[in-house]
Design a protein around this ligand. Sequence first.
Ligand SMILES: Nc1ncnc2c1ncn2[C@@H]1O[C@H](COP(=O)(O)OP(=O)(O)OP(=O)(O)O)[C@@H](O)[C@H]1O
Ligand SMILES: [Mg+2]
Length: 258
Amino acid sequence: MLRCSRRCRWYLLVALSAYLTEQPPPRAANLAPPREGSTVVIDGVSRAYPASAGPAAGVFGVYGTLAAGSFVTVSGPSGSGKSTLLNLVAALDHPTSGRLVVDGRDIAAAPERDRAQYRLRLVGCLFQDAPLVGELSVANNVMLPGLLARSDRRQVRRRAGELLERVGLDKQSDRFPAQLSVGQRQRAALARALMNRPRLLLADEPTGNLDRATGRQVMELLAGAQQEGCTVVVVTHDPEIAAAGDQNLRLLDGRLVA
Ligand SMILES: Nc1ncnc2c1ncn2[C@@H]1O[C@H](COP(=O)(O)OP(=O)(O)OP(=O)(O)O)[C@@H](O)[C@H]1O
Ligand SMILES: [Mg+2]
């Protein structure tokens, strides 16, 4: 039985749903070459959580276009709906109304099989507490999305090595997550998020638990992903990071105010 942190649930959902809904795969397919970022159109999206008392919570009537290859920041007070919005774009949750059009296709209305493939092949996710699988080495954690996507094992291993070097963890590749610092775990989670060369990289407060210097490192790595063409979306409470994006979405009580 895998020990699992709260956010680990996300990774297991991605892995299991991709595995269970996989169509007969082209075995040992090559890893996709670098590709362009996705364009995301948020078209009147709402996600209302039922409230037993008081006003409903969630996000309400959000419109916006995240341009391909841009660096988008999402800010707002605690409870304003930032994670809710990110989970919708990641297809981890369904909107109660509205459309989420990614590269011309409404992923909110897509069948679960397609949503699972979208999560596995097109999206990379990074959360504040870096949910690595505790029983796997750092290298195997990074390789996991490539293996789930049935890419060629040698290429997956090679890319994991390159990514671990890029995030400065090549010497820690045989360690287990519990043997890493918080910042190292976050960098390993970023390497894993980049394994399948996502078009869309979604990061929910990726620097929230890090000291300033390590936080800056992670932000530089995210900027590197953008330079490779990825559309990067970062939820942040840090006004400096929020201001540095090509576009800042500001939420208040579940509504977009900027
Ligand atoms: N599963 C859920 N069931 C009911 N209400 C929820 C659920 N998830 C979130 N909410 C509510 O929706 C609102 C938005 O939550 P969300 O997690 O998106 O906020 P946030 O902006 O990410 O906050 P933070 O900065 O603290 O992470 C909050 O009022 C929260 O209580
Ligand atoms: Mg949040």
